[in-house]
Design a binder for this molecule. Sequence first.
Ligand code: ASP
Length: 609
Amino acid sequence: MNILQYLNVHNLSFAKFVVLPFPKKIMLRTHTCGELTIRDTGKNVTLCGWVQGTRDLGGMTFVDLRDRYGITQLLFNMDVNPALCERARTFGREFVVSATGKVTVRSNKNPKMVTGDIEIEVEELEILNASKTPPFTVEEQSDGGDDLRMKFRFIDLRRTPVQKNIILRHCLAQEVRNYFNKNNFLEIETPFLIKSTPEGARDFIVPSRMNPGQFYALPQSPQIFKQLLMVSGYDRYYQIVRCFRDEDLRADRQPEFTQIDCEMSFVTREDTLFMFEGMMKHLFRTIKNIELPDFPRINYDEAMAYYGTDKPDLRFGMKIEDITELVKGKGFKILDEAEFIGGICATGCSEYSRKQLDELTEYVKRPQIGAGGLIYVKFTPGDTVKSSVDKFYSADDLKRWGKIDNAKEGDLLLILAGKKVKTLKALSELRLEMGRRLNLMDREKFSPLWVINFPLFEWDEETQRWYAVHHPFTAPNPEDAHFIEGDPGRVRANAYDMVINGIELGGGSIRIHSRNMQERIFRRLGFSETEAQEKFGFLMKAFEFGAPPHGGIAFGFDRICALFGGSDSIRDFIAFPKNNAARDMMTDAPAQVTHDQLKELSLEITHPC
Ligand code: ASP
């Protein structure tokens, strides 16, 4: 049966992958540098790879030959073949060579390597390509700085730790596909040259030569296309897809990044949470051999109140507690006038020195955090308290503040006061800092959760208008929909974020699928009728032609890789990443283009070429 017949009988399940036996002679080599062991003794083999290093011991020369599978030792014996030995001595680091010879047992075994029991007594040797001396060492710990390694990324990618990251990424991508394929999802590509979609960031713009003065945008996400696929009946879609956002960069941001983008039809929030939680559990099970428990759910309001953030790190407690009412009214002006006073309890830290407390004060006063100062209360032995504000508060007053996390002898309260939103945010940072200092953020511990019931809209003081917290296609909670016009701040979104260890790994929602509701939201967001029509006419039209209820999510794939790889930086898991200035250091992009290219694109020339 051919593939068409196969599809025609409606058997759409996926053909099993056929694993081909490894061919005996793979191109120029018979084996890789990571597989020969004592069981292969006596075999004649040909290996190809890069010279990691040579050691010349007078009568013998040893060469470590490396490929992505490992390192195998080559042996050249002066007594047996002096010419060959002389040649081996000329090898520089990173020469590409092919060596043929016999597998023999080593006298000096290295138990740390799979191939550590054997070596190859080389009989034939070919230099496939010489190499200049690499600008840094190609080893676990390289001596090259970040910039240099980025510039020579093709060499950096040869290093084992970098390779491990790239291979981890590959394995994760395969398991994502396995999971979705098993669940009847279809992988469908969507276009890169599109009309701008609002996801809250700036678009990358591409001029159209054939349509002078007109531009495509690179997708910030395939949001609209995946929704249209639902209208078209492809009721389970996923794609591991590049997205583009022209934003200022941080360690976990890149101008182009990869999403696992998913959408499902005929679902409620429960169905999507179940399916996508299932994907994450599958990844942990298959890649890390960890069974995650069912993910707890936290309302957005609770997350903000107890952790000061919508992506709380639940590997440790240290919840924020509001003590505004307890503290006020004792004549200490700064606190009496504060809109909000809250604190955290650092268990067992009552012995903190002046220096440690000063460091924490400096930490919260940094401009990024912006607290005015830090108040502490130490619950010291013998039921006594010591505090930076004991001039204004009696010991009994201060003990009452100990309701924060039920503080007990030996604990330390850290308290901030000021405007509510800002103070909660500062407390959130302080909580994380204490988590780091107290080693509560174990990289091998994973605490997943869903944050639900986000607000649908947020008010922006500067522009004096409402914005969509997620994106304008998110459905409101049905019971709040009547507030859209009169009291938009009260409308909760039917949206959810997946957070693990304080990292937002994914976000999605149940979508609007009625034209009428979509129009109401656009109106609330300040789009005029014409604007909405011009920007999203095609989507609203689609909603008139049988749009099913649907919902989905997008995961940050680079972030998932970094989490699984135990790193804070997504860059380590991208083969060719950009630097902080959004530059590709290796190809030196972006770069100027020629006058003629610009002319062809009907673009004004603003720089000399
Ligand atoms: N398109 C959204 C995003 O990129 C995710 C979603 O709602 O599915 O954040």
